[in-house]
Design a protein around this ligand. Structure first.
Ligand SMILES: [Zn+2]
Length: 125
């Protein structure tokens, strides 16, 4: 199997750029929501001391969930950036672990994939 294959990187670049935009929009929306909640929970926080903090607790849970999603989105955004960099470098679509070509089907489903399915499975994710 030849190591170099012809990949339509333009197509993947477009996919990645679309994903990049979507991720940034989602991140912005979540960040706005979370900081908006911040202002709210500050008002509630003063009431926390007289044991009526039930709503504040729910808010805190939602807030930490939002923060977890933000983390995941940031990771994805990083992967997307990395993939875009690889397209520029000409190393896109090659598994980082075993240096085999990542199947096109996988790249279409997950344009920012940096590992082939086998290696991904071996990494336990
Ligand atoms: Zn691999």
């Amino acid at each position: 199997m030849g190591r170099k294959r012809k990949l339509d990187t333009k197509k993947y670049k477009k996919l990645l750029q679309t994903q990049h935009q979507q991720l940034q929009q989602e991140l912005k929306a979540l960040a706005d929501q979370t900081t908006g909640r911040d202002r709210l929970s500050k008002q509630v926080a003063t009431e926390d001391f007289d044991e009526s903090g039930g709503d504040a607790a729910t808010d805190a849970v939602e807030r930490s969930q939002n923060l977890a999603i933000i983390d995941t989105l940031r990771d994805m955004l990083e992967n997307v950036n990395e993939a875009l960099r690889k397209i520029t470098e000409g190393t896109y679509g090659v598994c980082e672990i075993c240096a085999k070509n990542i199947p096109k089907k996988r790249l279409e489903a997950l344009p920012y994939a940096t590992m082939c399915t086998d290696c991904r499975a071996r990494m336990g994710r």
